[in-house]
Design a protein around this ligand. Structure first.
Ligand SMILES: [Zn+2]
Length: 586
């Protein structure tokens, strides 16, 4: 195909085709009017994995309109503003492929935490949790609160469309891509019913899912470790997979287990993709639990590569920390909550039940669940964020130390937290090995996702504040497991394309101008002790062509009044949504 033809196509809006056809950046000096701004002297990493080159990038009307490598014979191009990068890197804005920022992203704190890492688009609705749709507001809210703490009714929506409308009204910093959580979908049809769905119920779930996809959701996420998603039968998952497949969208999954049954759980997910024809994203791939380190991950990655050879389009996401974070309820066996939280409170009035719960929690096993305590020990479980004011003093302490302080055994302390904090406590679990994580980051199938769970106050997991620079520091500069360009690919084009966002994630003419600039020392500041510390050495972030972080790494407008140029990227209408859904400043 000729370059001419590709140019004509790119003018008609099919920008991504140029990606496959032209291998060199194109300078369109003759055809473009004065640029809004021009960034010169940057080491341009285009997002495809290609080596950086020194050059300039120009932006006009929120779109990349000019790219040119440095040379002695550059003709000056008119621009309202020229910014010298002084040799810093310029890359596409980062995509956070896995977040629980469904509500947090509307608040300045969690949004700024992302922006300062160079993130310009986030994916919400993961692990089966989302703010929509609901048949029963109370049930869906209760489900979400187990992960995010107290949720305001105003942040719950009956559909993707209602969420999008509300987001447009409120404004937000990064762009948003949203998955439908399987939890809300199932709760809307059958509440907390602890059983397989029948045919009619599956059909109703499929209908509701389809409505969300038509409105613009990017796919569905399963949370097979969480109630009620864990009651889904193979038939239910395949049926839902077929709906997303029909629309070319994505089936994401927090798989059934990341512990001893990791390989079988990966195989189960691949099986659902095979039968449904859906494209897949396996969430936060890891081996959890010391007994399984070094014995599961190689095979798990092999299963995924073999699936791809077979024609199954699957990839994975992961964050660069050896600790995970989740609801405290994950420490208890799934049977504890199978009738819902209110029933649980009644059950624990019976001392015999409490004794059996203690034994299960510390030593037991249930289908798809193994005792965390047995796998990693109480001392490796830390209290992250608590809602109940009287219990906030335990935030940041490990369970063993916290229990000792009030003279309780660890299990009794955890039970107290669950009851008093209404199951809304967030915990951090140190459960992975560096060797296994190196395998994941070394895989071409892995993209970066923070899995951030914003909570007000407390000692949250630092991944919400440091994931992206930390990948570049740990896996690029220090252990050298991946090249800088590969690291950037895992944060940009790979994720954008997985979610069907074809006009972002690459520096090319015609692409949306989401950009980030940083130098060789860009690194995370957040630690488990000081989890909200900002990254350093970031020199600019642009969202839809609007600068939101300046060259000194400061938020433009200040932390309390930042610009909000983000838009909701809606399914097939990703490019259309740009005009329908105007960027909103302040
Ligand atoms: Zn998850």
């Amino acid at each position: 195909m000729s370059i001419l033809k590709s140019l004509r196509w790119s003018q008609s809006g099919i920008f991504f085709l140029t990606l496959f056809i032209s291998t060199f950046p194109m300078a369109l000096q003759q055809t473009i009017p004065e640029l809004d701004f021009l960034i010169t002297n940057a080491k341009i990493i285009d997002g495809t994995g290609s080596p950086w080159f020194l050059g300039s990038v120009g932006v006009l009307n929120g779109t990349i309109a000019f790219i040119q490598p440095n040379s002695s014979s550059i003709t000056p191009i008119p621009s309202k503003l020229v910014i010298s990068a002084d040799g810093s890197y310029l890359t596409p804005g980062f995509f956070d492929s896995h977040t629980h920022d469904d509500i947090g992203i509307l608040e300045n704190g969690p949004a700024i935490a992302k922006i300062l890492q160079g993130v310009t688009t986030i994916v919400t609705g993961n692990c089966g949790f989302s703010t929509y749709p609901f048949g029963s507001l109370e049930r869906v809210k209760e489900h979400l609160e187990s992960l995010l703490g107290e949720v305001d009714d105003r942040n719950m929506y009956d559909s993707f469309g209602a969420m999008q409308t509300s987001f447009i009204t409120q404004g937000h910093m990064p762009n948003v891509v949203s998955l439908v959580g399987h939890g809300p979908l199932r709760l809307s049809v059958m509440e907390f019913a602890n059983r397989e769905a029948n045919e009619t119920e599956i059909e109703t779930m499929c209908e509701i899912l389809e409505e969300q996809l038509v409105q613009g959701a990017a796919g569905i996420s399963l949370g097979l470790m969480y109630s009620p998603s864990n009651y889904a039968s193979h038939a239910e998952m395949v049926a839902l997979g077929k709906v997303v497949s029909k629309y070319g969208r994505l089936l994401a999954a927090h798989i059934r287990t990341y512990e001893g049954g990791l390989v079988e759980s990966v195989e189960e997910f691949v099986g659902v993709l095979r039968e449904s024809g859906a494209r897949g994203l396996l969430s936060h791939l890891q081996t959890a639990g010391k007994p399984y380190w070094g014995t599961r991950m190689t095979r798990a990655l092999e299963v995924l590569e073999i699936a791809r050879e077979e024609g199954i389009d699957v990839a994975v996401d992961m964050y660069p920390y050896l600790a995970g974070s989740s609801t405290i309820l994950q420490i208890l066996p799934p049977s504890a909550m199978q009738e819902g939280f209110d029933e649980f409170l009644l059950k624990i009035e019976n001392p015999t039940y409490v004794n059996s719960l203690r034994e299960l929690t510390e030593n037991g096993q249930e289908p798809g669940w193994e005792s965390k305590v047995k796998l990693i020990g109480w001392e490796n479980i830390t209290v992250g964020s608590v809602d109940e004011p009287n219990l906030k003093r335990f935030e940041g302490m490990n369970v063993t130390a916290a229990a000792r302080e009030i003279g309780l055994q660890e299990f009794d302390f955890v039970l107290l937290l669950v009851v008093e904090d209404l199951g809304r406590t967030n915990v951090i679990m140190f459960q992975q090995s560096q060797d296994d994580q190196n395998l994941v980051f070394g895989s071409r199938l892995q993209m970066v996702g923070s899995d951030s769970i914003p909570r007000s106050g407390g000692k949250p997991h630092p991944r919400g504040y440091g994931t992206f620079p930390r990948v570049l520091k740990n896996y690029v500069r220090e252990s050298r497991i991946i090249s800088l360009e590969e690291g950037v690919r895992k944060m940009t084009s790979m994720t954008a394309h997985r979610f069907g966002v074809l006009n972002r994630g690459i520096i090319r003419n015609g692409m949306a101008a989401d950009l980030v600039m940083f130098d060789d020392n860009f690194e995370d500041g957040a630690t488990f002790e000081d989890p909200t510390k900002e990254p350093t050495q970031i020199h600019g972030v642009w969202i839809n062509g609007e600068m939101v972080v300046d060259q000194n790494g400061m938020i433009i407008g200040g932390n309390s009044n930042p610009l909000k140029p983000g838009i909701v990227l809606a399914g097939d209408e990703i490019r259309l949504s740009k005009s329908a859904n105007k960027p909103k400043s302040r």
